[in-house]
Design a protein around this ligand. Structure first.
Ligand code: G3I
Length: 321
């Protein structure tokens, strides 16, 4: 492995990966994700989400959430933490509760305070609010928005800073890479957080992209700079670039590699882009096929843990910096 070594040499803080808590008995998987020259940073794919950490009100559980932080501390890897206020993987006691503004505010504050204090001192970044905007670039009609309007966003960030003053606090979303209406809306979110007097340190570009439809390196840099211009850090937090149909041809694998190089290159081009995290690294395991029927093979190693052209493209763009 070399990607993290090359990334750090190129000026990034890390090259990292999401880790699936349910695959810990796969020794090849564990060995590769623990190779710190390859992955200098890890993030739990699921275990820190609300459904796992507070499955019923005021009853906190960290069995799943601790798996990846323990790996990070054993290996000396940077830990990104994911995620606090999100509409998905939210237990029904939250999503179906009958709340007033005051009671839901207290629920959010209690959740954030307990979870962040459990991980105090371990999280370099926290994804505080995830995916508040829907695919039509309007605020998502979650329980949080329905009850509190946009106030749930600054409420979450204020609670997060109080719980862990050292973690960098991120807003995280997908499709920001296209620099369209959803990106505009996210600039609005940053501004409303600041106008409320709440803190924010960064914006995560998830980077769930499609082979052949990934923006150019310069377009991607332009989108990132909209947030660094506001004084924030940015990072690619969940990068994967899927083939729309499988099996991928050899030319599609080359295109995938070029798309990966554009994404990683755009981070290198932007002062304030601190790192790149892939959302898994082997095509053996991915969330994509169950969400996008027939699509997949979005990662940098194949299902047998062989490096793909995308791995080589990423290593080349990092080495060229
Ligand atoms: O834990 C249950 C298990 O008890 C049950 O037997 C099994 C049966 O389906 O489901 C398990 O839960 C699954 C969970 O992953 C853990 O494996 C859920 O069904 C499944 O929906 C869930 O998918 C996750 C998805 O978020 C949920 O929205 C994916 O693994 C995860 O990769 C994905 O990650 C998200 C980021 O958090 C936010 N950005 C988008 C990204 C991709 O969707």
């Amino acid at each position: 492995g070399q990607l993290n070594t090359l990334a750090v040499r190129a000026g990034l803080k890390y090259f990292g990966t999401a880790v699936d808590e349910s695959k810990q008995s796969d020794s090849q998987y564990v060995s590769l994700l623990s190779t710190t020259t390859e992955f200098g940073q890890v993030v739990p794919e699921n275990g820190q989400k609300w459904a796992y950490t507070e499955p019923s009100q005021n009853s906190f559980s960290y069995t799943q959430g601790d798996i990846v932080p323990n790996i990070a501390s054993k290996n000396g890897q940077i830990l990104r933490c994911h995620t606090l206020t999100w509409h998905s993987q939210l237990p029904s006691w939250v999503s179906s509760g009958s709340w007033t503004k005051a009671t839901l505010t207290a629920v959010i504050q209690t959740h954030i305070s307990n979870v962040m204090k459990h991980y105090l001192g371990q999280c370099y970044h926290w994804d505080v609010v995830n995916e508040a905007v829907d695919d039509s670039a309007v605020y998502r009609t979650s329980v949080f928005y329905n009850v509190l309007g946009t106030d749930f966003i600054p409420i979450s960030f204020t609670a997060a800073r109080a719980a862990d003053p050292n973690a960098k606090l991120f807003y995280n979303d997908y499709n920001l890479e296209y620099n369209g209406a959803k990106t505009d809306k996210t600039v609005e979110i940053v501004n409303l957080i600041k106008a409320a007097g709440a803190p924010i340190d960064g914006v995560g570009f998830q980077g769930h992209l499609i082979v052949g439809s990934t923006p150019s390196r310069s377009s991607l840099s332009t989108a990132l700079r909209r947030f660094t211009a506001l004084g924030l850090e940015v990072a690619y937090t969940e990068l994967d670039i899927r083939h729309s149909s499988l099996p991928a041809s050899s030319s599609a694998l080359v295109t995938q590699g070029n798309d990966y190089a554009n994404v990683v290159g755009s981070c290198l081009d932007v002062t304030g882009c601190v790192g790149v995290t892939v959302w898994g690294f082997t095509d053996k395991y991915s969330w994509i096929p169950s969400t996008f029927n027939g699509a997949g093979d979005a990662l940098i190693y194949d299902a047998n843990f062989n490096k793909k052209p995308a791995w080589t493209s990423v290593s080349s763009v990092l080495a060229a910096k």
